[in-house]
Write a protein that binds this ligand. Structure first.
Ligand code: MIG
Length: 824
C-alpha cells in the first residue's frame, strides 16, 4: 500500500519525526496529570548514580540527593525503593507481613557502565549514564528495563510525592494479573486504576472495581517476570496503552517501591508472589460445598423453606446466607426479632440439617446512643475522623453511620471480639460487604480522613485500598480466637494484595447476562493468578433475570470455581437450583453432585495452594506460555493441574472448540482419549460442559452427600486414567475443620501412574501423621489399552474385579497399598 506513495522516503522521515514529537507529548500526558488531585509543581528524575553502598542484603545507590535501595529478597526476588531526598519511610506493609531474606549469595559488581547486584538467578543493573534500572537472568537475557529513570512530583497538598516508574514494553509482550479487572485476560494495551470501588452492576471494561491487587505478570519471548508495586495509594498501570513501547505504573503517594519477581515460568512468578503476600489458610471442608445466598432470605420460615427445598430436591448444599435484613435496622451484631425470634434455635436446627449459617456484617455503624456497638466505639474513640477531628460520617444501610478504623490494631481486636455472640449462636461464617468502604452518595470516604495505619499514620488516600482487607482481617482473626481450633469461614468484597491470608472473595454485583458469565470466567482466573485462589462469582448474576439455560451454564462453571455460591438481588425472581424446572433442576443437581464428588480433589488442590503457593485455577497461558496464541486464550482453564474445563458461555451452543495443552487428555464424559497441543471440537448439549482429565491422573472422589460430613466415608474412589508416560498425583487428607494441619497432622499421598501396551502400575507413598477413618479404595481404572486379566496388589492377587462395558476396570483394595500392577 505504502509503495504507491511518491517520495516515500521523505514522507516516511517526516512522519517518523511527527510521531516522535507526538510520542513525547503523550508520554508527558500521564506524567503531568498523575492524579485527580491538585496539580503538582515539582517534577524530578533520578540523576546520575555516583555511589554504591552495601548493608547486608541491601544495596544503596545515590545521585547525591535521591537514593535507591535494592534489596535481595530471594534468588528470584529483588525489591527496589526510591527516596527522593534519601529518607526512606519506615518498613511497613499490609501485603507483606514479613519480608523473607532467603537468598543464599549475592554480590555487587561495578564496571565503567554499571553497578550490578547479582543473585544466583538474576541481576539488577543500575546504569551509570542515566540511572536506568534493568533486570536480566543468569544467561544475561534482559527481561525488564527502565525507559526513563524513576521519577516523582512533589504533592503540595498532602506532602509526599506522586511516584512513577516507566519501563520498556516489547512488541510481543503480554501482561496478566491485577486481580478482578473486568476486561480481557491479557492486559496488553490497557490502562487500569486501583482504587477500591463499589461497582453495582459493573460492565465490561469498567474500572476500577472492588479490589486493588498491584501485581502483574509479563510474558515476553517465552520468559515471565512479575512486578509487585506494593503501594496502597490510588495507583495506575499502563500496559502499552498510551505508548506501545512503554509500560508504566504510578501512584498518588507513598514510596516508589516494587518487587521484581523472576520466572522464567508464570507459575514461578505466582509462587514467589505467594511467598511475599501469603496464601489462603485451609478452609473448613464444608466451605468447598455449595452455598446458597440471596438478598435476603427472611423471615425464618423462608430460610427453612429454602433449606428444606435443598433436602427435598436432593441437591447438596452446605452454606445458607443471611443478608442485611436479618439485622435490627441494619445494626451490625443485632437481630431483627420479628423475623428471627430465636436465632440460636434456628441456627442449631439448620446445623442439625447440615447447613452452616453465614451472616453479613458491614462496616457502617449506626449513630445511635442506644446501640451498644456504637456507644462502645464512640467511648473508645474507635471511629474514623476527618483531618480537623470531626467524625467521618456517611449514610449507608443503617442510615447515618460512623466507621471503625480497621487499620488500628486495637480496633481490630475489639471488632473481632464482637463476633463472640454470633459464634455462640452457631454462626459458622461471616460475609464482609461494603468495605471498599462504600458510602451512599459520596461513594467513599473523603481523602482527608485519618487512619492509624498500625502506627504508620495516613490519610484515607493511603488507607482506602486496605480498609476492607483490614476489616476482614479483624473478622478472621477474631473468629479464629473465638472458634479456638475450628477454621472460620470468611468472605469479603474489598481487598488488597495479601487479603487471601484472611478471606475468600466474590466478584461483587455482577449481572445475569451471558457477557457476565464470560467476564466471571476471566475474573476468577485472573484473581487466582493474582494471589486470590478462593474466589467465585454470584452464580446466576446478582441483578437481572437469568433464564434456565443461563443459570444452568453458570452452575456448571461455578462447579469449578474454588468458591461456589449462588446469589441474587432482592427484586429478582426465585433463584434456587430448582427454580427453573426441568430439565434444569436435574442438570443443576448433577453438577452440584459432581462438585461434591470432587471435594477431595479440590481440597488437595487447595493444600497445594496453601502450602506450596500454586494457584487453584490455571489459565492456559500458564501451561504453555511460549505459544503466543495462548496469551489470548481466556475461555478454558485447568482446575488444579489435572482437570481442564471450558465453560459454555453462549446461549444455544451445541458445540465449541477447546484447546488442549500438550499431552494426552480424556474427555470426562465419553472417555475418549485426545492428543493435546491442538484445538478440538466438543459437543456441548446442556447436560454437559467440556471437561477433560489429564492422562495418568488419579482423581479422588467422595460419595455424593447432601452436605459435607453427612455420614462417615466408607471408601474413597480413585479414578485412575491410563498413561504411557509417568504422571504424579496427590491426595491431601486431614480432619477438615481444625488447625491440626499447622502441627503437621495431615496426610499427603502421592500416586505415580505409568503404563504400556501390556501393563499399568500405580504406586502410592505417603507422608504425615493423620489416619483417615475409611479403610479402602474403590479403584476405577479408565482407558486401559488392553483387556486386564491379572491384578497384583502388594504381592497379592486381586481376583475380585469387574470389567465394565465401557472398558473401565473396577476393584477394591486397602487404602494403604504401595503398588498395584495390572496386566494383560
Ligand atoms: O448496597 O447486602 O454486593 O452481594 O446482597 C448493596 C446487600 C449491599 C451489595 C453486595 C450484595 C449484597 C447487597 N450489598
Amino acid at each position: 500500500m505504502e509503495s504507491n506513495i511518491p517520495n516515500e522516503e521523505l514522507k516516511t522521515s517526516k512522519l517518523v519525526e511527527a510521531e516522535n514529537i507526538l510520542e513525547e507529548e503523550e508520554e508527558f500526558h500521564h506524567l503531568n496529570n498523575p492524579a485527580d488531585g491538585i496539580k503538582p509543581i515539582i517534577k524530578k528524575y533520578l540523576g546520575i548514580p555516583n555511589h554504591a553502598d552495601q548493608l547486608g542484603n541491601k544495596f544503596y545507590f545515590t545521585d547525591g540527593d535521591a537514593k535507591v535501595e535494592v534489596v535481595v529478597v530471594t534468588d528470584e526476588i529483588i525489591r527496589v525503593r526510591l527516596a527522593p531526598h534519601s529518607v526512606f519511610l519506615e518498613e511497613f506493609s499490609y501485603a507483606v507481613p514479613k519480608l523473607e531474606h532467603k537468598a543464599a549469595s549475592f554480590t555487587l559488581y561495578e564496571d565503567q557502565n554499571e553497578f550490578r547486584v547479582a543473585t544466583k538467578a538474576i541481576n539488577c543493573h543500575i546504569r551509570k549514564t542515566d540511572f536506568f534500572i534493568s533486570f536480566s537472568d543468569s544467561s544475561s537475557h534482559v527481561t525488564s528495563m527502565d525507559a526513563v529513570p524513576m521519577h516523582w512530583e512533589e504533592n503540595v497538598q498532602f506532602g509526599g510525592y506522586y511516584v512513577f516508574c516507566t519501563k520498556t514494553c516489547a512488541s510481543g509482550e503480554s501482561f496478566f494479573g491485577l486481580g478482578d479487572k473486568p476486561t480481557e485476560f491479557n492486559l496488553r494495551g490497557k490502562r487500569l486504576k486501583n482504587w477500591n470501588t463499589d461497582a453495582y452492576s459493573f460492565q465490561w471494561n469498567q474500572d476500577p472495581l472492588y479490589r486493588s491487587i498491584p501485581f502483574y505478570i509479563s510474558v515476553n519471548e517465552g520468559i515471565a517476570h512479575g512486578i509487585f508495586f506494593d503501594n496502597t495509594f490510588k495507583a495506575q498501570f499502563d500496559f502499552g496503552a498510551e505508548d506501545p513501547t512503554k509500560v508504566s505504573f504510578w501512584a498518588d503517594g507513598g514510596e516508589l517501591q516494587y518487587y521484581y519477581i523472576h520466572g522464567p515460568h508464570m507459575m514461578d512468578v505466582v509462587k514467589s508472589y505467594h511467598i511475599l503476600t501469603g496464601t489462603h489458610p485451609m478452609p473448613p471442608l464444608w466451605a468447598l460445598g455449595y452455598h446458597q445466598c440471596r438478598w435476603s432470605y427472611y423471615p425464618e420460615t423462608k430460610v427453612r423453606k429454602i433449606t428444606n427445598g435443598f433436602r427435598e430436591n436432593k441437591i447438596p448444599c452446605d452454606g445458607i446466607y443471611l443478608d442485611i435484613d436479618y439485622m435490627d435496622g441494619y445494626r451490625c451484631f443485632t437481630w431483627n426479632r420479628k423475623y428471627f425470634p430465636d436465632p440460636k434455635k434456628m441456627i442449631s436446627e439448620l446445623a442439625a440439617d447440615g447447613f452452616k449459617t453465614v451472616v453479613i456484617i458491614d462496616p457502617g455503624i449506626r449513630v445511635d446512643d442506644n446501640y451498644e456497638v456504637f456507644k462502645e466505639g464512640k467511648e473508645k474513640r474507635y471511629f474514623c475522623r476527618r483531618s480537623d477531628d470531626y467524625f467521618m460520617e456517611g449514610h449507608v444501610w443503617p442510615g447515618r453511620c460512623q466507621f471503625p478504623d480497621f487499620t488500628n490494631p486495637e480496633v481490630r481486636e475489639w471488632w473481632g471480639g464482637l463476633f463472640d455472640e454470633l459464634v455462640q449462636m452457631g454462626v459458622a461464617g461471616v460475609w464482609n460487604d461494603m468495605n471498599e468502604p462504600a458510602v451512599f452518595g459520596a461513594g467513599t470516604f473523603p481523602d482527608d480522613v485519618r487512619h492509624q495505619y498500625d502506627g504508620y499514620r495516613g490519610s484515607h488516600r493511603k488507607a482506602h485500598n486496605v480498609y476492607g482487607m483490614q476489616m476482614v482481617r479483624s473478622t478472621y482473626e477474631g473468629l479464629r480466637k473465638i472458634m479456638k481450633n475450628k477454621r472460620p469461614f470468611t468472605i469479603t468484597r474489598a481487598g488488597y494484595s495479601g487479603v487471601q491470608r484472611f478471606s475468600s472473595v466474590w466478584t461483587g454485583d455482577n449481572v445475569a447476562s451471558w457477557e457476565h458469565l464470560k467476564l466471571g470466567n476471566i475474573q476468577c482466573q485472573r484473581l487466582s493468578i493474582s494471589g486470590i485462589s478462593f474466589c467465585g462469582t454470584d452464580i446466576g448474576g446478582f441483578s437481572g433475570e437469568p433464564d434456565g439455560e443461563l443459570f444452568t451454564r453458570w452452575i456448571q462453571m461455578g462447579t469449578f470455581s474454588p468458591f461456589m455460591r449462588a446469589h441474587s438481588a432482592g427484586d429478582t425472581k426465585e433463584r434456587e437450583p430448582w427454580s427453573f424446572g426441568e430439565p434444569f433442576t436435574a442438570i443443576n443437581r448433577k453438577f452440584i453432585e459432581l462438585r461434591y464428588r470432587l471435594i477431595p480433589y479440590l481440597y488437595s488442590t487447595f493444600w497445594e495452594h496453601h502450602r506450596y503457593g500454586f494457584p487453584i485455577l490455571r489459565p492456559i497461558v500458564m501451561h504453555e506460555q511460549d505459544v503466543v496464541l495462548n496469551h489470548f486464550r481466556q475461555d478454558e482453564f485447568t482446575y488444579g493441574d489435572k482437570i481442564l474445563v471450558c465453560p459454555v458461555m453462549e446461549p444455544g451452543q451445541t458445540k465449541r472448540n477447546v484447546y488442549l495443552p500438550k499431552g494426552k487428555w480424556f474427555n470426562y464424559w465419553t472417555l475418549e482419549v485426545l492428543d493435546g497441543g491442538q484445538e478440538v471440537t466438543v459437543d456441548t448439549p446442556l447436560e454437559t460442559m467440556p471437561i477433560f482429565v489429564k492422562a495418568g491422573s488419579v482423581i479422588p472422589e467422595y460419595p455424593v452427600m447432601q452436605y459435607v460430613g453427612q455420614h462417615e466415608i466408607e471408601e474413597v474412589k480413585l479414578n485412575i486414567y491410563f498413561t504411557d508416560y509417568e504422571v504424579n498425583s496427590f491426595l491431601f487428607e486431614d480432619y477438615g475443620e481444625t488447625f491440626a494441619y499447622e502441627q503437621d497432622i495431615y496426610l499427603e499421598k502421592k500416586f505415580v501412574v505409568n503404563g504400556g501396551s501390556r501393563t499399568m502400575t500405580i504406586s502410592q507413598s505417603m507422608e504425615g501423621l493423620y489416619t483417615p477413618r475409611y479403610e479402602g479404595y474403590h479403584v476405577n481404572v479408565i482407558g486401559l489399552p488392553f483387556k486386564p486379566s491379572k491384578i497384583i496388589a502388594d504381592g497379592k492377587t486381586v481376583s475380585d474385579f469387574t470389567i465394565n462395558t465401557d472398558g473401565t476396570l473396577e476393584f477394591k483394595f486397602s487404602k494403604n497399598f504401595k503398588q498395584i500392577e495390572i496386566s494383560k
